[in-house]
Design a protein around this ligand. Structure first.
Ligand SMILES: *[C@@H]1O[C@H](CO)[C@@H](O)[C@H](O)[C@H]1NC(C)=O
Ligand SMILES: *[C@@H]1O[C@H](CO)[C@@H](O)[C@H](O)[C@H]1NC(C)=O
Length: 632
């Protein structure tokens, strides 16, 4: 086991050091004067406000850029929605065209008017001011690159591009009167590979607030401007202006994402990795000491007693040899959970391999979620196969029901939760709600492709039938003596969950931040290694606990193994609550529902994945254990 691990590290370590990705599709070459499109994406709450890196996230809700109350300038012939991938839509992207008129190398440094909005009512002003107080950010895209603000990493002093830029300013003197940014200094960085081709390699925006008269000629004078504070009592005019500056850069097209993929403090990732490996090492030593030594001693002793034909009493796990393969309670539920868990495991595994090989390039928005959805759909067969074989091995007979439940229960449950969260978003007036067409597409994917595949998998699984067991089941069940407290199912689950959770909690912080605070996450090398460590730890700890359970003459190990394996999910949920307390300050009830809903889904999926790993590992170990002893 340790050898495999060492080989894995040697293989993966070059990948972990750098966030690894393939550059996007073919470069877009511009000529002088060619139109450069600027697309606008939904507004998202930002985690970092300007001065205070420890600011909390204040909302979970996205707003479409052309939300009427935000009063942004709409293009003359109306806003047109841009095509997006499934994953991109699911992760809240809503991309539209814009009114900005940008031509390669033209209008360098000229002050331009975008539009004058003369009907910003008191109601609108209140809405906008509230969004400024919640630290909302604008998200633009130029040539596939997100507009960013240049920031300095306070720890390393390195400059990096922070995605998005502020809607307004409510720091320091503007605490009570938030200032709206109505002027944007757009710096487009270009690279010239040959004399007459221009490629865009960086998009920076410095937003600022220019108050005073909103009806005269635009000045774009950001130095001597008073901030624009919207009055919440009367209708007023807002003059939106912008200024484009072209600046030549050495960055090539292939490396243009490097500035964006800033890993805050890579030492934390390394710390997390070392932490994980210490835990794994500790486990391996513990397991080899406890299991291997005592099990081989047990086996030789059991077999020796048989040989000497002494009248001896059996003890320990051998006593329950006639019981270990007795059908547990609810074999149907257990096998459905294992089937779905196996499907999720393969999805996570393949997605991580894709990410490691660099297919999930950041310029391909939403590719991570798209790959996950597609893998989940296509792996329906794996779910059906595992479910039906486990079901048969547990002694179940109602194959059709098993096949049906495997294909439908989890997708329906997840779908219902997502649907309820969607309602929440709709009520809150957010654009984050998944559109009806996308919902329909997901239903088609799940019930049109995944479910039939699952049925086919079930067919093959039940054709192969039950796994052969090394020992027979007795007619009459044994009495179970009272066991120690720490082996009670819930205590064992909580205890055993500590190690896998401990190996992963640092990465978990980054995963939560990227899920909820729209932080880019590209440290896939670290993530894959951590996932491997978690799987290994879960399997070992569960085997260990199953051994203890059997030694205590408690033979009902099936459900316990699943619960013990999934124990880390309870810690993940608790960590999610801690993250809420420390990093979020959600004002609205819908934000709270949405956070808890997604956290619950995350925990549920984690429970199924780790529970399945624990169950299958224990099954394997129990079969090995009982095929090694001689039974009269
Ligand atoms: C940042 O905050 C510190 C104190 O927390 C303050 O002294 C400083 O002026 C602030 N800087 C800006 C740019 O607001
Ligand atoms: C645009 O103007 C800036 C200064 O205002 C200058 O540094 C830059 O070289 C100019 N770019 C072009 C393409 O003229």
């Amino acid at each position: 086991m340790r050898l495999v691990l060492a080989a894995t590290i040697a293989f993966l370590s070059p990948i972990c050091i750098q966030a690894f990705y393939l550059p996007g599709a073919a470069p877009h070459d511009y000529v002088v004067g060619q139109q450069v499109d600027l697309f606008v994406n939904a507004l998202t709450p930002m985690l970092i406000s300007k001065n205070n890196t420890n600011s909390k996230l204040k909302s979970m809700i996205n707003y479409e850029y052309y939300e009427p109350k935000l009063k942004f300038c709409v293009p003359d012939d109306g806003a047109i929605k841009q095509p997006e991938s499934l994953g991109s839509i699911l992760f809240g992207d809503r991309i539209f065209n814009s009114k900005y008129d940008i031509k390669m190398q033209k209008d360098n440094g000229t002050c331009q008017t975008l539009c004058k909005q003369s009907d910003v009512t008191a109601d609108d002003a209140k809405f906008i001011n509230d969004r400024i107080r919640e630290d909302y950010a604008l998200n633009w895209l130029v040539d596939g690159l997100p507009a960013a603000e240049m920031k300095k990493d306070s720890k390393t002093g390195e400059l990096f591009y922070d995605l998005g830029f502020n809607l307004g300013n409510n720091d320091g003197p503007f605490e009570d009167y938030p200032a709206l940014n109505n002027h944007y200094d757009i710096v487009l960085k270009y690279h010239k590979p040959t004399e007459n081709t221009y490629r865009i390699v960086g998009v920076l925006v410095w937003p600022s607030s220019i108050g005073g008269s909103q009806t005269g000629e635009p000045t774009c004078d950001t130095q001597n401007a008073t901030p624009l504070v919207l009055s919440e009592t009367e209708t007023q005019t807002v003059h939106y202006t912008y200024r484009v500056t072209w600046s030549e850069s050495d960055t090539t097209w292939a490396t243009r994402w490097d500035n964006y993929l800033h890993i805050f403090d890579p030492r934390i990732h390394w710390f997390s990795l070392i932490n994980s490996f210490v835990i794994v090492l500790f486990l391996c030593v513990m397991v080899s000491m406890i299991l291997v030594r005592s099990v081989s001693r047990d086996i030789s002793r059991y077999n020796a007693i048989d040989l000497s034909e002494d009248v001896q009493e059996d003890w320990g796990w051998k006593l329950v040899h006639g019981e270990v393969f007795r059908t547990p309670q609810n074999p149907m539920v257990l096998s459905v959970m294992v089937g779905n868990g196996a499907q999720l495991c393969s999805m996570v595994g393949v997605t991580l391999v894709f990410a490691l090989m660099g297919f999930l390039s950041p310029s391909n928005r939403g590719s991570l979620a798209t790959v996950m959805m597609v893998c989940w759909t296509l792996f329906g067969g794996i779910g059906g196969y595992f479910s039906s074989r486990v079901y048969a091995s547990l002694g179940g007979t109602n194959r059709k029901k098993n096949s049906f439940l495997t294909a439908t229960v989890l997708p329906s449950f997840v779908f219902i939760i997502v649907f309820l969260l969607n309602l929440c978003l709709l009520v809150a007036g957010s654009s984050g709600a998944v559109p009806f067409g996308t919902m329909l597409l997901i239903v088609v994917l799940w019930f049109g492709i995944s479910a039939p595949l699952s049925a086919i998998g079930s067919y093959f699984g039940s054709k192969q039938g039950a796994i052969h067991h090394p020992v027979r089941v007795n007619q009459i069940p044994r009495q179970i003596p009272p066991g120690p407290k720490y082996l009670r199912p819930w205590a064992a689950a909580l205890l055993s969950g500590i190690l896998p959770f401990g190996a992963a909690f640092v990465e978990l912080y980054f995963v939560l931040s990227s899920l909820f605070a729209s932080r880019a996450y590209y440290a896939f090398g670290f993530l894959a290694l951590t996932a491997g460590v978690v799987a290994l730890t879960t399997a070992t700890v569960t085997i260990l606990f199953t051994y203890f359970v059997l030694c205590a003459e408690e033979y009902r190990w099936h459900w316990r193994a699943f619960l013990t394996g999934g124990g880390s999910a309870f810690w993940v949920f608790a960590y999610g609550l801690f993250y809420w307390a420390s990093r979020l300050s959600l004002d609205s009830l819908s934000s709270v529902f949405i956070y808890l809903g997604y956290l619950f889904l995350l925990t549920l999926l984690d429970f199924l994945v780790t529970g399945t790993i624990g169950f299958l590992a224990s099954y394997w170990a129990v079969r090995r254990l009982y095929s090694a002893i001689r039974i009269d």
